[in-house]
Design a protein around this ligand. Structure first.
Ligand code: ARG
Length: 261
């Protein structure tokens, strides 16, 4: 995670960003701190990546890389405003000694990649349509040695996979079907017959941009219907307020780069 100390909205690269809307950076930092503390309280180890001046979106740490089995497939951002973030993440992985694969294809890390360790013995789901190129899916498969399923995103409000779908545990997911092409919806229905489906309202509240440890599901406090559905399914929803970071087009999952050993 990387604190939003330099968070502002000074460019607009997704439909949520409005450069004329005021941003309360102090509030963003306070809410982010609440999120970090939530993970620590739940027993997780959190590494903090130093935020850099001039990289206001660096708080969305999920986009910096994607790791599986201790191997890191690096990010290559679509927009020049975020390009330099990839190197900051790379330095972190170099420090902890994980193998880093430099990408040649445009991809935004965990924004568009996620992993289910127990689905078919280890399955990567990958989004394309707005940011990550479909060629990066094949590159990730070669880098990581895990099968990659390509899913096409069709609604610009859900421009990354991680705002449309999330793993709940090692083998099941929750998603908003309207974010995907008809064919990709069929693929998801085939792979995850027991998936939980989210409403458009919850998706728009960034409810799907969640982090689950298999039991506790840390999600945006505004996604109340989804929280109820998760509780019914046996998970423990942990609502966190992160309203200020919605102004950049992200929420809880966007702030977290998961380290998969
Ligand atoms: N402003 C950032 C962008 O548009 C938000 C990134 C959100 N991150 C995410 N993992 N969905 O690139």
């Amino acid at each position: 995670m990387s604190p939003p100390e330099h968070f502002v909205v000074e460019y607009a690269i997704n439909p949520w960003m409005d450069t004329t809307a005021p941003v309360d950076t102090e509030l963003a930092v306070k809410q982010w701190e609440g999120l970090r503390e939530t993970f620590v309280r739940l027993g997780h180890e959190v590494h903090v990546l130093m935020p850099e001046i001039g990289l206001p979106d660096m708080v969305y740490a999920a986009n910096g890389a994607f790791s599986v089995d201790g191997v890191v497939y690096g990010a290559r951002f679509k927009y020049p405003q975020r390009t330099a973030e990839a190197a900051a993440h790379r330095r972190f992985y170099d420090t902890i000694g994980w193998r880093y694969v430099t990408p040649s294809q445009t991809n935004e890390g965990e924004g568009d990649f996620t992993y289910l360790p127990a689905a078919l013995g280890g399955l990567v789901l990958a989004g394309h349509g707005f940011r990550t190129e479909v060629a990066a899916h094949a590159e990730a498969q070669e880098a990581l040695g895990r099968p990659v399923i390509s899913l096409r995103l069709v609604d610009p409000r859900f421009y990354h996979l991680d705002v449309a779908l999330a793993p709940l545990d090692d083998e099941n997911v929750v998603y908003y079907p309207g974010a995907f092409s008809e064919a990709s919806r069929s693929v998801l229905a085939q792979l995850f017959p027991a998936a939980i489906l989210a409403t458009e309202e919850d998706a728009l509240a960034f409810g799907l941009n969640l982090v689950s440890d298999g039991r506790n599901v840390v999600l945006n406090s505004e996604a109340t219907t989804l929280a109820a559905r998760l509780r019914e399914a046996g998970y423990t929803p942990v609502p966190v307020e992160l309203s200020e970071l919605k102004k950049g087009g992200g929420s809880i999952k966007c702030c977290v780069a998961e380290l998969r050993r």
